[in-house]
Design a protein around this ligand. Sequence first.
Ligand SMILES: [Zn+2]
Length: 133
Amino acid sequence: MDSDASTVAPILAGLRCKCPRCGRGDLFTGYLTVAQRCSVCGLELARGDSGDGPAVFLIFILGFIIVPIALMVSMRVDWPLWLTGLVWGVVILGGTLGLLRPAKGVVFALQYRYRRAEFEGPDDSDSDRTPGA
Ligand SMILES: [Zn+2]
């Protein structure tokens, strides 16, 4: 199947955790484990690497959203310290774990969109290259 990236919106494919090329195959095999290749179009997904980018984005975005809300709530409601820690701990952990997978999908899809050569270049993971050829 030929590349059809022009019809796949990278943000939507990433948020749905689907292949950045065809938008149909699953991007992950586990919670954050990227599949070796797309089951629909055969794109070698394992060549992409989003690194720490998704986690850094989430730190800034969730911090920007949750910290002011937590401060406003703590100024208006007199919760005991243990309840404050419990509530915001659950909110932060839930937000992080819930958004990390789509964030990684979006970063991965944007990498495919703007640095496609990493995905479609010569395969250097195989050891059958002939030296000096
Ligand atoms: Zn695909």
